[in-house]
Design a protein around this ligand. Structure first.
Ligand SMILES: Cc1ncc(COP(=O)(O)O)c(C=O)c1O
Length: 417
């Protein structure tokens, strides 16, 4: 082993400096809102500042060679080089680990960087993965198209079909992957079954719980191995940053953290400051997202111009029973179809809405609206759109934290415009 990788792996797997001080037993056992505000942070910060300073440093200095040797030998835990970690990263990771009640968490430059980082660490040529087919289109693209270039075979099976999942598993299978709820159909996975299939076949399980968040769902409690979030969405919450996170057991995450030090798919300190700031109000924001999502979904379902509404909080949703059993609330994302409309008529409704802005993404304080056909699936063939369940008359709306009454009045005018 060469010296560089030795230092890199030591630095990148070192325990967070100072976090043990703040992540004491009482904070980890506190309510979610208290954890949002206090977990992962040092009680007393530099110069007595109540907020964490931003460490805009690419590298960290040593007083002397003796000082450096103490670090290299693992006798002292501290920062070394920005690609292997920084204090802002440590506190965000510890805070999100506390929200998920996970042993450890690794933050990335984006949700996609987290997915790629995890799969590139865990999989080698000849391995196989099985994943439920409803998912964020770039995750599907990475698994189906790019992992194949490295000799990893991806089996896509119908979301929620555990028999098909079992049938696709063989002795080369290394990972079962799903979102819950899925994007954009909001299908909720039975996590007890998902974890059981993984355990019975000795295959690790990964749930992308971006749409659920740790406020609404705790996949680790069901025995899932890895929980992943695009922190760009509800965790950051303000449509002002891109980040991703993986939570799980420390022993499982250590090699993934080490690989991040090599891939370099990290998040910058300024970005992490914004994420930490956003996390402080995460619990409050989620209450409003849940309320707004439920009220707007009920309004849409009762509207004569609206056809199918995909929202797990509605009894009409195919996986409502699983959602009600597993989730505390159902979030702000709603997908719905306009009755007997073509894509142009659907686009007119999107354009007529005044409060939600036309944009990709979800989970921020501002409501967003989009037509999946135009936004993410424009370059897909009609056959693929059909396969992925994307109809021409489909709209996806992310309810922000505005007043639900205003969102409803606005949608009413847009639907009747
Ligand atoms: C469910 C889900 N996972 C992952 C991602 C990717 O996250 P990011 O945009 O932060 O890379 C997205 C993005 O929309 C998503 O919706």
């Amino acid at each position: 082993m060469d010296c560089t990788s030795n230092v890199a792996s030591k630095a990148s797997t070192a325990a967070p400096k100072g976090n043990s001080e703040s992540l004491d037993f009482s904070v980890r056992q506190a309510g979610l809102s208290t954890r949002c505000v206090h977990a992962g942070e040092r009680r007393q910060k530099a110069e007595g500042s109540i907020t964490a300073p931003v460490f805009n440093a690419s590298t960290y200095t040593f007083e002397s060679t003796e000082d450096l040797l103490r670090y290299v030998k693992g006798e002292e835990q501290r920062e070394e080089y920005g690609r292997y970690g920084n204090p802002n990263e440590r506190s965000v990771e510890a805070k999100i680990a506390a929200l998920e009640k996970a042993e450890d968490a690794i933050v990335y430059g984006s949700g996609m960087a987290a997915i790629v980082g995890l799969l590139m660490t865990k999989l080698s040529a000849g391995d196989e993965i099985v994943f439920f087919d409803q998912c964020y289109h770039r995750s599907r693209e990475f698994c189906a198209k790019h992992l194949a270039r490295f000799g990893v075979i991806t089996h896509q099976v119908t979301t929620g079909d555990f028999d098909a999942m079992e049938a696709a598993i063989n002795d080369k299978t290394k990972m079962l992957v799903s979102e819950s709820p899925t994007n954009p159909h909001l299908t909720v996975i039975d996590l007890e079954k998902f974890a059981a299939v993984g355990k019975a076949n000795e295959v690790e399980t990964l749930i992308d719980a971006t749409l659920a968040t740790p406020y609404n769902l705790s996949p680790l409690e069901y025995g899932i191995d890895y929980v992943l979030h695009s922190a760009t969405k509800y965790l950051g919450g303000h449509n002002d940053l891109i980040a991703g996170i993986i939570c799980g057991r420390k022993e499982s995450l250590d090699p993934i953290r080490s690989m991040r030090g090599i891939l370099g798919n990290i998040s910058a300190p300024n970005n992490l400051y914004l994420l930490e700031r956003g996390l402080k109000t995460f619990s409050l924001r989620m209450q409003r997202h849940n309320e707004n999502g439920q009220r707007v979904a009920e309004f849409l379902e009762s509207h004569p111009r609206v056809g199918r509404v995909f929202y797990p909080g509605l009894p009409s949703h195919p996986t409502h029973d699983i959602a009600a059993a597993q989730m505390k609330g159902f979030g702000g994302l709603i997908t719905f179809e306009i009755q007997d409309a073509d894509w142009q008529e659907t686009a007119r409704i999107v354009d007529a809405a005044q409060i939600p802005r036309i944009a990709a993404s979800l989970g921020g304080v501002e409501s967003l609206i989009e037509q999946p056909l135009v936004m993410s699936y424009y370059h897909c063939t009609p056959e693929d759109r059909k396969r992925f369940g994307i109809s021409d008359n489909m709209i996806r709306m992310s309810c922000g934290i505005e007043d639900a009454d205003d969102l409803i009045v606005d949608l009413e005018q847009a639907l009747t415009a």
